[in-house]
Design a binder for this molecule. Sequence first.
Ligand SMILES: Nc1ncnc2c1ncn2[C@@H]1O[C@H](COP(=O)(O)OP(=O)(O)OP(=O)(O)O)[C@@H](O)[C@H]1O
Ligand SMILES: [Mg+2]
Length: 361
Amino acid sequence: MATSDKITLFISYARDDDKDFVQRLYHDLTEQGIDAWWDKEDIRNQGQTFLQVIQEQVFQRDVLILIVGPEAAQSEYVRYEWQHALTYGKLIYPVLRKGDYTLVPPELKNYHCYDFSTESSYRTDLPKLLDDIRDSIGKSGALVNVPAYPNHYLRRADVDQVKNSLLEDVTTTVIASARTMALHGMGGIGKTVVAIGVARDMQIRRSFTDGIIWLTIGQKPDMLQKLNALAKRLGHGGDYRNIDDATSALQARLAEMRALLILDDVWQPDHAEPFRNLIAETRNRLLITTRRKSIHDELGGQLHRVDLLPIADAVTLLNDWAGKQDPDAAAVVKRVNRLPLAVKIAGARLARGMSGAEWLT
Ligand SMILES: Nc1ncnc2c1ncn2[C@@H]1O[C@H](COP(=O)(O)OP(=O)(O)OP(=O)(O)O)[C@@H](O)[C@H]1O
Ligand SMILES: [Mg+2]
């Protein structure tokens, strides 16, 4: 399935190795239609906020290119960047710019390292690297209708728990009832955002090679329209006149596929059931988000409860929205019960000039 999404890429480098080269690489990648990011403004000097920006940028991107050189080998920031990428299943490509191959971190020794050390090797290896990246992305499931990360996205531990359950379920033989997973929790707690984090994870995308397909259900969905939307997204018509025709066509299509279907905001078991039945006895998986635990009770499968943010995460989210470190951040997030939606609203207030102390009064 083709993806219309641009390749998103993070360039990890040490300024003192060869900043001019990185600028040129950035330019060459951009010319190839790649959405690349590099720390050109030297935000590293901004300390704490830098790590947040890096975290966000690494999370938002599918690929990390590590520019290997003597300074990069020494840089704690560079290590932080590629380790994050590694932890979160991003595609990593080391390229040698200065020094020799012994400078590639031991953890990445098994990765092919491209040679960008001379003008001629750069000219031959850059197209190879781009082919390899496109090939890898091509083998990853496309994101179909998956929303973007919210502003100041904070990757919660939930994402990894859900991801690991889904991946375990994919690689082991399972009973039919384990093929759905429900994210359950109160309104505004961050269920949809956790589902976005799971959907956009590269390890998930590499496991569900036929795509990650997102459907928003809501309180009163037109089920025929939802099934048609799914058929359309699978490249299979999409104008069925009745539910039976749509489901039998979809059944045939899904039988050959390995996709992750996400139903966001389910209110009634009846609205998830047709999809659950469609993926039964196939290699596809269903992930739903719902405020109602009863939906899971009826559907079966696994359950993951999304809870309030841990206090440290809530403070990070507040400060990110505020654009500053407020001394009363902890008290503010406690007052709003660490509910992400409320933390965001309070943070936006602080960004407009109010202090945490004023907000609390
Ligand atoms: N991990 C996060 N990082 C950054 N912002 C977040 C995060 N989780 C939640 N938010 C913020 O809180 C808002 C509410 O989160 P979300 O929409 O995921 O809640 P929900 O549990 O799906 O709620 P509902 O039951 O109403 O669908 C988001 O729009 C986002 O701004
Ligand atoms: Mg939601």
